[in-house]
Every structure is written in structure tokens, then in C-alpha cells.
Design a protein around this ligand. Structure first.
Ligand SMILES: [Mg+2]
Length: 178
């Protein structure tokens, strides 16, 4: 955890498919990587996070239900999270291991955002949530953050409740001015 300094607003990022590569299955649904061997930052992520981190706390919120499903270990998830924190300026990574959609800490519920708000003193009205799935957007909406969906082959700018839909990571800076 990197302390907040004077910052009181955040950009909350999803992890898989937003900051790092995912696989997709036959039905074109994204599948999270399981081990460090497949770790790969997506294009422009490092550069854009560097810029945003000058004015915003950078917080990662990740659902990792494969742990509850017995398909991956917490150890593997944490290794990937640690690698991400080595590569990028991230104040903290919050992880939900649940696969129960009623769990308040699992997106689309806003529990992880509220936990971060408490830990860092974040003004959620001035903060953004960025993700590649509607779950991310809905969590952000529930917490009254501004929301950005990243266009991918497995989502649709027309059928989203997000405030903004951008076609690549760089375009985030058209929305969030730094
Ligand atoms: Mg994702």
C-alpha cells in the first residue's frame, strides 16, 4: 500500500482485460490468466497510469472467483497482483475471491470501492471506475463514481450504462483530464 499523500480522488481500475491481458474462450468471453507465466501488461497502460498517478490515487479492484471455484489458488492471484504492483504505480489492490453475486465485496457490488474510500479518504464523486465488463461499470455507478467502459470485442458501447465508452486505453485521457 502506498499512502495517499494529499490526493483524495481515485481512478479505480479493474485488473483482467483492463490492465493485463486475458484469454478469451470459444464464446468470446474473457478468461483471466491463472499464473504469472501469462502476465502481460496491455498497451499504453504503464504510460497512462504514470500520468494519472500524479493527480489520482490508483486503486485496482479485482474479482477472482476462480479461487472460490477451486480453479486457481490465492497464491497465484497474489503473485499476479504483486507483479502488477512492481510494474505500475498502484496505491492498493483489492481482491474479491468470492463467486457469490450477493457478496458485497464482489463486483457488481460496490464493497471494494467503499473499503478503499475508508482506507484512503476518497471523494467518490470526483473518482472514476475503468473496466472492460459491465460488472465494473455497475459497481462504479452504485458508488456514485464516474464510469468508463473500455471497448473490447466482448462488450458493446451501445448497451452499457457507463458514462463513457472508449475504444482504447489511451482514450481514457480524453475523459479524465490531468
Ligand atoms: Mg476485467
Amino acid at each position: 500500500m502506498i499512502p495517499s499523500g494529499r490526493k483524495n480522488k481515485a481512478v479505480f481500475f479493474d485488473r483482467d482485460g483492463t490492465l493485463i491481458k486475458t484469454f478469451t474462450n470459444k464464446r468470446n468471453n474473457p478468461i483471466a490468466i491463472k499464473t504469472l507465466n501469462d502476465f502481460q501488461l496491455l498497451n499504453n497502460v504503464k504510460q497512462i497510469i504514470n500520468k494519472l498517478s500524479k493527480k489520482y490515487l490508483i486503486i485496482v479492484l479485482t474479482n477472482q472467483p476462480d479461487v472460490a471455484r477451486g480453479k486457481n489458488s490465492k497464491k497465484n492471484v497474489k503473485e499476479i497482483n504483486n507483479k502488477l504492483q512492481e510494474k505500475l504505480i498502484i496505491n492498493k489492490v483489492y481482491t474479491s475471491y468470492s463467486d457469490n453475486d450477493k457478496n458485497f465485496m464482489r463486483k457488481p457490488n460496490p464493497g471494494m470501492i467503499y473499503r478503499a474510500k475508508k482506507d484512503f479518504g476518497i471523494n467518490l464523486f470526483k473518482s472514476y471506475v475503468v473496466g472492460d465488463r459491465e460488472k465494473d461499470v455497475i459497481a462504479g455507478k452504485k458508488a456514485k463514481c464516474k464510469t468508463i467502459l473500455l471497448k473490447k470485442k466482448y462488450n458493446d458501447c451501445k448497451n452499457t450504462v457507463s458514462d463513457h465508452c472508449v475504444k482504447n486505453f489511451k482514450k481514457i485521457l480524453d475523459v479524465i483530464k490531468v
